[in-house]
Design a binder for this molecule. Sequence first.
Ligand code: NAD
Ligand code: IPM
Ligand code: MN
Length: 347
Amino acid sequence: SRVVKLAVIPGDGIGPEVIAEAEKVLDAVTAQSDVTFDKTHFSLGAARFLATGDTLTDEDLDAIRAHDAILLGAVGGVPGDPRLKNANIERGLLLKLRFELDHYVNLRPSKLYPGASGPLAAPGDIDFVVVREGTEGPYVGNGGSIRTGTPHEVANETSVNTAYGVERVVRHAFALAAKRRGKLTLVHKTNVLVHAGGMWQRIVNAVAAEHPEVSVDYLHVDAATIFLVTNPERFDVIVTDNLFGDILTDLAGAVTGGIGLAASGNVNPSGAYPSMFEPVHGSAPDIAGQQKADPTAAILSVALLLDHLGLTAEAARVTAAAESDIVERDATARTTSEIGSAIAERL
Ligand code: NAD
Ligand code: IPM
Ligand code: MN
């Protein structure tokens, strides 16, 4: 029978709480199938940094790379914690993994599940995927400052966009749109960011010519936030830059019933490197350690992981179990662990 080597990074804050439930569900679904997950747990994040001073060593990275896939909770300490001033967990750990493992497709589906209560009075049928570029843009760390800390400081962050990097993610988004409802929206800010935006638009136009079955439109990112709230039904696949995709997907999570439901995959489609699956949310220091976090996003990230590994039946069962739990949610508060157990029992 098939053995999958899975690296598990619970991380900080609510990360370990939601990952415990994700593993509960993963264990339950694999107990009923002929695939085995051989899991290695990695202690990484702010807690590890505070204990040892390490963020992600070369040994950690090599060990993680030797796995078939990665499941991550959330990393990052309490914003503003002075002890983490030089840690840079987000760049040194999370973004380092995304960049080193070439996770150029940051896949962030948004669906309003029946029963989920979002803030919109008449939300309609929300079902779209944001294909967020994962290895370029303003995230590359190509910046610096001079006269730092003085009134004459100059601080730059340069957005790096390569034709190679944009074309590959755009091609992925078109292929996904062709398998879905055949609609692709480029979101950028071409009216102001003329160089990068112009290249994104030209590449989308060129790839569109190869996909007559996909209809293409364009929105400036500010207008896209309006339509995400007023008419989210209009979206099928959104392809966008790393930073715009980050912002849009927190908004999309809020609109579809809460960030506690939003799952994601950091995917290297070539399979050369392990892909990494994680909730869209962070370590939520405001509710950490209280069993208040919703583990559904982590559990739906397990479904994305299973799907990526070609375990489509197992993925569908996890999604269906989470969906049926969402349908029956009422105002009764449940702990993180109660939600995880309820979903595992529905498998
Ligand atoms: P956050 O996503 O952690 O929290 C935002 C709000 O959403 C908070 O009120 C939180 O309580 C709530 N929330 C988040 N997840 C929830 C869940 N599962 N159930 C219920 N409520 C939930 O964002 P933040 O406060 O901006 O960031 C906190 C830390 O997490 C920072 O250090 C940040 O850098 C880091 N972060 C990490 C990741 C990641 O590891 N992928 C993602 C985002 C933020
Ligand atoms: C996310 C997070 C990360 C991002 C941070 C923590 C680096 O917000 O996964 O959405 O900006 O990509
Ligand atoms: Mn984010």
